[in-house]
Design a protein around this ligand. Structure first.
Ligand code: FAD
Length: 511
């Protein structure tokens, strides 16, 4: 009872502070809370490098709730910000706000269950739904989305606000290329349906739009028949150009005679063989890096990771198909590691690693991650300067590298990619540890990220940040390049008071 009274008091204070036009009872009905547990949990993210407490948190049960809150913010006399938070897996406070309300989109009781339309091969999902739950709902119909992220405990709205990429993107495009329709609450509090045909400006702006133009409350996602099993293969290279040549060859293939997933990672130190993504290498089959020729190559090895999906009825032909594809590649012949598992286990593979890290207290640590799109023509320079240069021989986490085809990305979306037909994702997914080892400290890794960006800049590598993070508008302008004018125009049209997703630091709220 006392808690309820305190919360009522805090909500009344909030009404006065931000000039809300809603009654306290209405706020409670909406699911607005100032409970410290909710406020504190909305003040941090996976990066664990910034902490910003919102004035309140909204737990919406429908798009109408979201629209009502944003409308109140838009019409309020003092104004306040509204930031959608999916699963809070940003790195740099992108879903935080200190001058308003965080809308907690993921969680129990929000928005309703995914609705699968088997005949039309799509699913309608709430914007806060986690991809793992989308997958489970679709599998019940023998269907699955086509394009993924490596980790499934991310919200649909959160990944669609960036792009959503994994090893399927070379063929299916990013997740934003696999959306038919969205429901969006704009910064004026209007709930609008949009697609390529209906309100196309809003549709394209929101996809990859970093939450700047609206809050996604529903997404209609394209589906395919779900494979049953996956053959998962890793092979090693000591020669970078052989590695990239093979990756680029694999992403140029079409039709059935291709792998379904193409990724890769960089191994600069033997420790990485035991890192959180390499549980794959079984202890019964230890990899001796020194035996694989990496010593002649600045100590760096490259691992190509590929999969072939299949149905149990085609198990007889799968081996021949894989063999034919592998024959065309130039990896170290003794370095083939193969495993076979259900499709869902493959897609959910990073969660297993998460559970292990959690049990060792190594999940909730700062993550100074850096994700870059590097043009194909510059990837060899990047290798020389960064993998074999700046990194030294310690990485503190996985470094992913895989190419994608630009023609699978819709240039009308807000996301920016390098201006070449093929570009690579290079993802430095590092964890900072407070264990006295200088090379694992947050300061060291943050400085190293700066050195990597400086190297790219000084050497004209024309990289673009993925999941970008900048502090000034001039940096954002440079990031968006020729897309900036449209980005700004769309902001004026759909969020003229700059209420939404202020944690991205692109526009300053106008109150
Ligand atoms: P949040 O961090 O909650 O929000 C991110 C941004 O989106 C914020 O600006 C927020 O305001 C906005 N937003 C959130 N929900 C909505 C909505 N409904 N409508 C509009 N805007 C919204 N990315 C990949 O592409 N591929 C990967 O393989 C991949 N793996 C990852 C693995 C891990 C362990 C982690 C931590 C991240 C990974 N990411 C990956 C990055 C991830 O896609 C982004 O950080 C994404 O934003 C996280 O989703 P979220 O739901 O946690 O978003």
């Amino acid at each position: 009872m006392a808690t309820k009274l305190l919360l009522t008091f805090a909500i009344c204070r909030l009404i006065v502070t931000v000039g809300l036009t809603l009654e306290p009872t209405e706020l409670f009905r909406l699911g607005l809370t100032v409970d410290p547990v909710d406020v504190v949990s909305a003040s941090v993210d996976f990066g664990l490098m910034t902490k910003v407490e919102p004035l309140a948190v909204l737990r919406p049960s429908s798009a109408k709730d979201v629209a009502q809150l944003v409308k109140a913010a838009y019409e309020s006399s003092h104004g306040f910000t509204v930031s959608a938070r999916g699963h809070g897996h940003s790195i740099n406070g992108q879903a935080q706000t200190g001058t308003g309300v965080v809308v907690q989109m993921s969680g129990v009781g929000s928005g309703g269950k995914p609705r699968v339309w088997g005949g039309d091969m799509y699913v309608d999902v709430w914007g806060g739904e986690l991809w793992i739950d989308v997958l489970k709902s679709c599998l019940a119909y023998g269907l699955a989305p086509k394009s993924w992220t490596d980790y499934l405990y991310l919200s649909v709205g959160g990944t669609l606000s960036n792009a959503g990429i994994s090893g399927q993107a070379f063929h299916h495009g990013p997740q934003i290329s696999n959306v038919h329709e969205l429901d969006v609450v704009t910064g004026k509090g209007e709930l609008m349906t949009c697609s390529k045909e209906q309100n196309p400006e809003l549709f394209h702006a929101v996809l990859g739009g970093l939450g700047q133009f609206g809050i996604i409350t529903r997404a209609r996602i394209s589906l395919e028949p779900a494979p049953q099993r996956v053959r998962w293969i890793r092979v090693l290279y000591s020669n970078f150009s052989a590695f990239t040549k093979d990756q680029e060859y694999l992403i140029s293939l079409h039709g059935n005679q291709k792998f379904d997933y193409v990724e890769g990672f960089v191994i600069v130190d033997e420790g990485l063989i035991n890192n959180w993504r390499s549980s794959f290498f079984s202890p019964r089959n230890p990899v001796k890096i020194s035996s694989l020729g990496s010593n002649n190559n600045g100590g760096v090895l490259y691992c190509l990771e590929i999969t072939k999906n299949y149905h149990e009825s085609t198990v007889e032909t799968i081996d021949q198909e894989i063999e034919a594809l592998l024959k065309k590649l130039n990896f170290i012949p003794t370095s083939v590691f193969t495993t076979d598992l259900p499709y869902v286990d493959f897609l959910d593979r990073v969660h297993k690693a998460e559970l292990k890290l959690r049990s060792k207290g190594m999940w909730e640590v700062p993550h100074p991650w850096l994700n870059l799109f590097v043009p194909k023509s510059k990837i060899a320079d990047f290798d020389r300067g960064v993998f074999k240069g700046i990194l030294g021989n310690k990485t503190s986490g996985p470094i992913l590298i895989y190419p994608m085809n630009k023609n699978k990305w819709d240039d009308k979306s807000s996301v920016v990619t390098p201006d070449e037909d093929v570009f690579y994702l290079v993802a430095f997914l590092r964890s900072a540890l407070d264990n006295g080892e200088e090379t694992q400290s947050l300061e060291y890794l943050t400085n190293q990220n700066r050195r990597i960006l400086k190297f790219c800049d000084e050497n004209g590598l024309k990289v673009k940040q993925y999941l970008p993070h900048y502090k000034t508008q001039s940096e954002w302008k440079e990031h968006y390049g020729s897309k900036w004018d449209r980005f700004q125009r769309m902001k004026m049209k759909f969020d003229p008071r700059h209420i939404l997703a202020s944690g991205q630091n692109i526009f300053t709220p106008t109150f």
